[in-house]
Structure formats: structure tokens, C-alpha cells
Design a protein around this ligand. Structure first.
Ligand code: ATP
Length: 238
């Protein structure tokens, strides 16, 4: 078994006095592909945003690569973790193209000068291509369909070259073909580059092929944490 790269101990988050994470302990190993499931309001998004340092803990601890996702180490953690939030509509008047939005994913590692070298440009082109976005690259982001915008957000997270990818319902309301395409891109990155993935998904019939572990949450707690049952996924462990 590989190293633990994300470690939550008794993590507690509360909104207006009501617990969204209620004592969650979880260890994620490098190279794992984990699916998070559970009913609406179970705390899945809160778990991802807490790992990404967007939601502070009231009690307990989180370490990513041994670092707290807060204070002086927050940016370091954010550079190494890509986060794709739940679907959001973009204002059609927003003056940013598909390519420009994807480029914002590399700014973190380019530093303040943001000098885009040829290899970085090539990596951005390859990612646009891989997600079927090349033909759309000069279109305004807000003029794209919901599924296309979702692909842009995934491309933006991937060009960041993260070690961990947090995906909040990345394929919700996408057609079967697009869903399969997106899953296969992520599965490949998990298999070939050891990308660690936490996916929140409500898709009941299909798990991503790379899925090794399914965690179910309810009312802010983890209720089960087990290998998938053979048929829908490979059940590999790193
Ligand atoms: P869904 O499947 O509907 O996306 P979820 O499992 O991701 O749900 P969370 O979004 O983590 O659940 O929400 C957990 C609980 O925390 C819910 O009761 C929700 O209403 C509450 N909550 C989440 N974000 C906030 C917020 N910003 N302010 C107040 N309450 C919040």
C-alpha cells in the first residue's frame, strides 16, 4: 500500500450550528480512485471543500501531503490539488474564452510573471484536445453548453498537473457519450500517472473503471468504506 497523502482525523464542520461533517476520519493513499456517494446534504461537497481549504474545520484535523490546507501552506496545498466544483453556469457576458479559462489552471505554477513556455502551451493544447475542446478554444466560456463548460473546468484542473483531483459530480446531467469520455480521461490519468482521484457521483449504475473504493456518507458521517463489488469496476488498489 502506498503513502497516505490525505489524512482527516475527526473532522468537524458546522453551518449555523448544524453539522455538515460530523467527526470524519479518512485516509487517502497516493494513486487511489475513490467514489463518494450519499444522499443530498450528506456532506460530500463539504468533505471536498474542506480538503481544498475552502471550508474551515471547527474541530479535528486535515493534512494533505503532511500540510494543513490553511494559512501559510494553503497555496502549496492548492497547487497540488485540482478541484472541479459542482456545475455552475457562467455569465454569457463574461469576457473570457475557453483557452483563457483553461490557462488560469497553469498560473499557480508559473509564478507572477506567467510566462507561458512552449512546453506549457503544448500541454494546454494536448489537454484541450483530449477533452474535445480544441474547436471551441476561442469561444466565450459563457456561450458554451453546460456539458462543454464542465469539460473546460476539468481541463483547467488537469493543466495544473495536480497530484490529487477532487471532482464534484463531474458528469451530472451529461449525455452518456460525454460521461464515458470524461471518465476515460480521468481513469487513464489514474492508471498511467497515478493521479489520486476523489469523485462525488450520484450515477447509480456505473462506477468509473478506475474506482478502487466506494465511500458512502450520510448526515455528515462516513457510513461505509469498501471496495466496489467487482462487476462495475476493477477494484484495483495502488
Ligand atoms: P448534494 O448531493 O446535494 O450536493 P452534499 O452531500 O454534497 O449534497 P453538502 O453540500 O456538503 O452535501 O451539504 C451538507 C450540509 O451542509 C447540508 O445540510 C447543507 O444544507 C449544508 N451546507 C452546505 N454548504 C452550506 C453553506 N455554505 N451554508 C450553510 N449550510 C450549508
Amino acid at each position: 500500500m502506498t503513502d497516505v497523502i490525505i489524512n482527516l482525523q475527526d473532522a468537524y464542520v458546522s453551518y449555523n450550528g448544524s453539522a455538515a461533517l460530523d467527526g470524519v476520519s479518512l485516509q487517502v493513499h497516493a494513486g487511489e480512485s475513490i467514489v463518494l456517494r450519499g444522499p443530498n446534504g450528506a456532506g460530500k461537497t463539504t468533505l471536498l471543500t474542506a480538503i481544498h481549504g475552502l471550508t474551515p474545520l471547527l474541530a479535528g484535523s486535515i493534512r494533505a501531503f503532511g500540510l494543513a490546507p490553511a494559512g501559510r501552506t494553503l497555496l502549496e496545498v492548492r497547487r497540488r490539488i485540482g478541484y472541479v466544483a459542482q456545475a455552475q453556469g457562467f455569465d454569457p457576458r463574461m469576457p473570457i474564452t475557453v483557452r483563457e479559462s483553461v490557462m488560469t489552471g497553469v498560473y499557480g505554477r508559473l509564478g507572477w510573471r506567467r510566462r507561458v513556455s512552449l512546453p506549457v502551451q503544448a500541454a494546454v493544447n494536448a489537454t484541450l484536445d483530449r477533452l474535445g475542446l480544441q474547436a471551441l478554444d476561442s469561444r466565450p466560456l459563457g456561450h458554451l453548453s453546460g456539458g462543454e463548460q464542465r469539460r473546460v473546468m476539468i481541463a483547467r484542473a488537469l493543466v495544473q498537473e495536480p497530484e490529487v483531483l477532487l471532482l464534484d459530480e463531474p458528469t451530472a446531467s451529461l449525455d452518456d457519450h460525454t460521461r464515458a469520455d470524461i471518465c476515460s480521461v480521468i481513469d487513464e490519468l489514474n492508471r498511467e500517472r497515478g493521479l489520486t482521484v476523489l469523485w462525488v457521483t450520484h450515477d447509480l449504475d456505473s462506477l468509473p473503471a478506475s474506482c478502487m473504493r466506494v465511500i458512502r456518507m450520510q448526515r455528515g458521517r462516513i457510513t461505509t468504506d469498501a471496495a466496489p463489488d467487482g462487476e462495475a469496476a476493477s477494484g484495483r488498489r495502488p
